[in-house]
Every structure is written in structure tokens, then in C-alpha cells.
Design a protein around this ligand. Structure first.
Ligand SMILES: NC(=O)C1=CN([C@@H]2O[C@H](COP(=O)(O)OP(=O)(O)OC[C@H]3O[C@@H](n4cnc5c(N)ncnc54)[C@H](OP(=O)(O)O)[C@@H]3O)[C@@H](O)[C@H]2O)[C@@H](O)CC1
Ligand SMILES: Nc1ncnc2c1ncn2[C@@H]1O[C@H](COP(=O)(O)OP(=O)(O)O)[C@@H](O)[C@H]1O
Ligand SMILES: [K+]
Length: 495
């Protein structure tokens, strides 16, 4: 079985680095391995003897650049190196690494970015401490304007390693070579776009150390959850595959629930029922076949249906209406302790009332699926949840606050569990930004929970499968297509 891909934050990586040094590999040796990896990757991007310029910063990111530059000269390339600031300021391992380079040390701002075959960006990595200004800013702007291929060392300079945000200005890299694990900025937007394809070089920091220092943040891919995907046995019957209930909106707002219901059925929920207000029964009945239908008059109606313990997963929110009645339905669902997915109107109905959800979901598997707008509305008046610059941090804090798995949607959907486990998704496509796409996602997650998949894994798998389905279709995608694409994705996963 492939191990899940660990993502370490810059500070976790610093600790892993320290521990590795304590275990006997020196800091300079780690740097040399990093420099080697940079040189090897640079070679793949140019022809023999090509011109390469290396822009080196004052810290260890720059040291990786010095070491790579020296190696590339040895391999026959025409290398020019420019340093940010004075070489007298280099200390410790950085000064040691700079000794490898015996050529001229120019100024980074004077490098001929326009007249080279490759730029190596070794200005700043995980030690970026503030916005880029003055000469550094101009250097990065000139580098970007050159139109030449840029290989970023560890991460594109100017990108914040934790958040993926641009600190003033940032290098737009063609590729990035990073060390030991990817960092959050390689998966979070806009850092992901600035990084280009990212290669991870093994510099000898062991998995055990990485797990001990990190171990809670993952790239969302099948290695994280494929082992818990439902695989029906020969003698399975439909009641063992769960029964998902999806609440419908009123007569003119029924489509969202049907999208979610169909997705739940496609992902394998044995039975799926739409719970419809009496006035919408006709329109729902006209459009449902394998999905079943029941009348449900508000919170009391829902309470009656949930007396039947076989309804084991529930979707509330899509087109349900923003009002106290929706809040009351959420209260019924929470009280019934069923697996629960809350989206859209079920979240927005609590605008400014998030304190009512404090710890509310601790007792049953629950997934909240806001996009940024819904998240901001829901947690209005909670700066501790809204203010962190990092999307990871916002999602993590909201998960702890509510006791639910918090899935913060977008091109870089973050899935955070109250126990700290967090995943970042990256296999989506902008074609998923289409009406009803989020409703389908709710159905996938609830359908997995109905089959017994734990909330965090169900949310991660739902997001990945949803994105994979969308990406496999591409242009012209509409929400109705998504559920129909799920079987193809499942076939690959369950091979
Ligand atoms: N295990 C690993 O992962 C390994 C990692 N390795 C490498 O180490 C790198 C991390 O090195 P690092 O800690 O020295 O930080 P780095 O990114 O070079 O920057 C710090 C320097 O930049 C400066 N500075 C900061 N912001 C600035 C600004 N806006 N504008 C101007 N200056 C600014 C700051 O100056 P100061 O704030 O002190 O004034 C300081 O001098 C990592 O990315 C990887 O490449 C490998 O070598 C080995 C194994
Ligand atoms: N640029 C993008 N790249 C990848 N996925 C995206 C992008 N924009 C939106 N998505 C995904 O599309 C879905 C949209 O959901 P949502 O905003 O709730 O739509 P709706 O309310 O119309 O159903 C989410 O799963 C989101 O992560
Ligand atoms: K860099």
C-alpha cells in the first residue's frame, strides 16, 4: 500500500532538519544534497553547455544556489551567480556553502535574466520573513519579465511557505524542486500556480522523523482513504449499504436535492430518499426513479422520518431556504445523531449565530462544506476563525470550534478534522465552478458516510472523486454530468 503523502510546514521542516542533524547527518551535508538535487533538475531543463544564472539570497536557500552553481560549472555549463546583499554577511553553513563557488559573485539585481537559458531562483525559501520590497522586488519583477524558464529552489521566492500567499511580489516559476516533502504553499493557491510542477528530492530525512514532526497534514490523494472505500461483499444487501436522506427545498427549488441524491446513489448508498415538502412532492415525483420520495413537513416531519433508524446519513442545506425552519431541521438532525452533511442554506441560516454551533457536532459524524463566502457569513464576528491568513488554519480552527469535519471549498479545497488531521485537494478543474456542483459533492460525502466511511475519509474521498470526475470531463461540464462520471472514477479506485 502506498503511504499517504505528508506535507510539512516550514517550521515542522526546520524541526525535522534539526533532528536529522542530531541523528548524525550534518547541516552542510543536507545542503549539499539539496544543491545536488537542484543541479540535477536544472540539467533536465537545458542543453549541454547552456547559460544558467543563479540568483542567491542571504540564507540557506541561497546556499543551495551556491552549491548548485558550483556543480553546474563542473558539468560544463556557463554559470553566472548574483547575490542579494554582501557576501560578508553570509555566516555559518551559508558561508561554508559559498566557498564551493570560486567564480565571480555579482549582484542579484544586475543578473542578465534576459540573456540566459535558465534562471535558478535561490533568493528565499522557507525563511521568508516579510514582504519583498526595494531592490529585491525589482529583481523578482525583472526575473518574471524575462520570459526565461525559472527553476525555483524549495519554493518560489516571495511565496509564503505556510499560506501560499504572495508577499508583495513572487517569482513565477516554471518548475520547483523542493526537499523531503512538499510544503503547504505548493498545494494552496496562489502558491500552487506560482510553483509550476513540483519535484520532491529525497535528501535523507527519514520518514519516521517526518511523521514525528509533521504527521497531520496530507495531500488529498487515494493513499489517504482508498483502504476505507466501501467494497460490497458477495452477500451484501442494500440495507447494509446505508440509506441516505436528502432534504428538498420548496416547489421551485428541488433540483439541488435531486443532484445530491443521485450522487449518493452513484457512490454506492444502498437506498436514497428525497424528503420533500408537501407542495414539492409532485415536481420531485416527476423527476425521480431509483431515488425514493417521502413527504416531510419541516422539522417535525424530519423528526418523524428519523424515527426509522435505517436512515443513517443525511444531507441538509442545498436550496432549503435561509430561515429559522432550516435551523430547526439542523437541530433535529443533530439530536438524532445521524451522519450529517451541512451545506449552503443550512450554513447560511446560522449567519452571525455560529455560537449555536459551538461543539454542536461532537456526537455524530458531521461534515460542513462551506465555500469562502459561506464560511465568512457563518463565522461573522469570530475573528479567531476568520482572520488567520492561512486557509489551513481557518479550516482547522473551525473544525475544532464546531466539532465537525470542516471542508473549505475552492480550487484548493481544505478538509480539516477536529482531531487535527488535514488534507489539501489539488486534482480539481475550474470547470467544477458550475451551478449544482457543490450539491453533488454533498451527496457523494453523505453516500460514503451512509456506507460507514468515517467523516474525514468520506469528505476527503468525496472531494477527490468529485474533482476527478469533473477533470475527466472538462469543458462543457454541468452538475448533472458529475454523478454519471463517478462509476468510471470508482472503477479505477477499486481495481
Ligand atoms: N530540510 C530542509 O528543508 C532543508 C532546507 N534547505 C534550504 O534552506 C532554506 C531555508 O533557509 P533559511 O532558513 O536560511 O531561510 P531562507 O529562505 O534562505 O531566507 C532567510 C534569509 O532571507 C532573508 N529574508 C527573509 N525575508 C526577506 C525579505 N522579504 N527581504 C529580504 N530578505 C529577506 C533573511 O534575512 P533577515 O530576515 O535575517 O534579515 C535571511 O537572511 C530552505 O528553503 C531550503 O532551500 C536545505 O539547504 C537543506 C535542507
Ligand atoms: N477553480 C476551481 N478549481 C477547482 N475546483 C473548483 C474551482 N472552483 C470551484 N471548484 C469546486 O466546485 C465546487 C463548487 O461548489 P459550490 O460553490 O458549493 O457550488 P454550488 O453552490 O453551485 O453547488 C466545489 O467543490 C469547489 O471546490
Ligand atoms: K526560492
Amino acid at each position: 500500500m502506498t503511504a499517504p503523502e505528508l506535507i510539512l510546514t516550514p517550521s515542522e521542516m526546520k524541526q525535522a532538519d534539526r533532528e536529522t542533524v542530531e541523528s548524525g547527518i550534518s547541516g552542510i551535508e543536507l545542503m549539499r544534497r539539496a544543491g545536488h538535487a537542484v543541479a540535477d533538475h536544472a540539467e533536465k531543463l537545458v542543453s549541454p553547455g547552456a547559460r544558467i544564472v543563479v540568483a542567491a539570497g542571504p540564507g540557506q536557500n541561497g546556499s543551495d544556489g551556491f552549491i548548485a552553481a558550483a556543480l553546474l560549472v563542473g558539468r560544463g555549463y556557463q554559470v553566472r551567480l548574483g547575490l542579494l546583499g554582501s557576501s560578508d554577511r553570509l555566516t555559518g553553513d551559508a558561508a561554508e556553502a559559498a566557498k564551493d563557488w570560486t567564480g565571480e559573485i555579482g549582484r542579484a539585481e544586475d543578473l542578465p535574466f534576459h540573456e540566459t537559458d535558465l534562471v535558478i531562483d535561490a533568493l528565499f525559501g522557507t525563511g521568508l520573513a516579510r514582504d519583498l520590497e526595494g531592490a529585491v522586488r525589482l529583481t523578482v519583477e525583472r526575473m518574471n519579465a524575462s520570459g526565461r524558464p525559472i527553476l525555483a529552489v524549495d519554493l518560489p521566492s516571495g511565496i509564503d511557505g505556510d499560506t501560499g500567499e504572495v508577499r508583495g511580489v513572487a517569482v513565477k516559476a516554471t518548475r520547483t524542486v523542493t526537499f523531503a516533502t512538499r510544503k503547504p504553499c505548493h498545494l494552496l493557491m496562489p502558491g500552487r500556480a506560482y510553483s509550476g510542477p513540483v519535484e520532491v528530492a529525497d535528501i535523507g530525512i527519514g520518514r519516521k522523523i517526518l511523521e514525528a514532526k509533521g504527521g497531520t497534514l496530507f495531500a488529498n490523494n487515494p493513499a489517504l482513504w482508498n483502504h476505507v472505500l466501501p467494497r460490497p461483499g458477495l452477500s451484501s444487501h442494500k440495507y447494509e449499504r446505508g440509506h441516505t436522506l436528502v432534504a428538498s427545498g420548496g416547489a421551485t427549488r428541488t433540483g439541488a436535492a435531486r443532484l445530491a441524491a443521485r450522487a449518493a446513489l452513484r457512490i454506492g448508498s444502498g437506498l436514497v430518499t428525497v424528503a420533500s415538502p408537501p407542495e414539492a412532492l409532485g415536481v420531485n415525483a416527476a423527476h425521480l426513479t431509483a431515488v425514493m420520495l417521502r413527504g416531510c413537513d419541516g422539522p417535525e416531519g424530519l423528526n418523524t422520518i428519523l424515527q426509522d433508524p435505517r436512515f443513517n446519513a443525511l444531507v441538509l442545506g442545498p436550496a432549503l431556504g435561509i430561515h429559522a425552519g432550516t435551523r430547526a431541521m439542523v437541530a433535529v438532525a443533530v439530536h438524532a445523531r445521524r451522519s450529517l452533511v451541512l451545506d449552503a442554506d443550512a450554513l447560511t441560516s446560522f449567519e452571525g449565530l455560529a455560537t449555536e454551533l459551538h461543539g454542536a457536532f461532537r456526537h455524530a459524524p458531521t461534515v460542513l462544506t462551506p465555500h469562502d463566502g459561506e464560511f465568512n457569513r457563518l463565522f461573522k464576528g469570530h475573528p479567531d476563525l476568520l482572520d488567520p491568513a492561512s486557509k489551513l488554519e481557518r479550516a482547522r480552527r473551525a473544525a475544532v470550534y464546531t466539532g465537525a469535519v470542516l471542508l473549505l471549498k475552492g480550487p484548493d479545497t481544505v478538509i480539516a478534522a477536529p482531531d487535527g488531521r488535514t488534507a489539501i485537494n489539488e486534482n480539481g478543474t475550474p470547470y467544477l465552478a458550475t451551478a449544482g456542483s457543490g450539491d453533488t459533492l454533498c451527496g457523494l460525502i453523505a453516500g460514503l458516510m451512509a456506507q460507514g466511511v468515517p467523516a474525514f475519509e468520506a469528505a476527503c474521498a468525496g472531494v477527490w472523486i468529485h474533482a476527478q470526475a469533473g477533470a475527466s470531463f472538462g469543458p462543457g461540464l454541468i452538475a448533472e454530468d458529475l454523478a454519471e462520471l463517478v462509476p468510471g472514477v470508482l472503477r479505477e479506485l477499486l481495481k
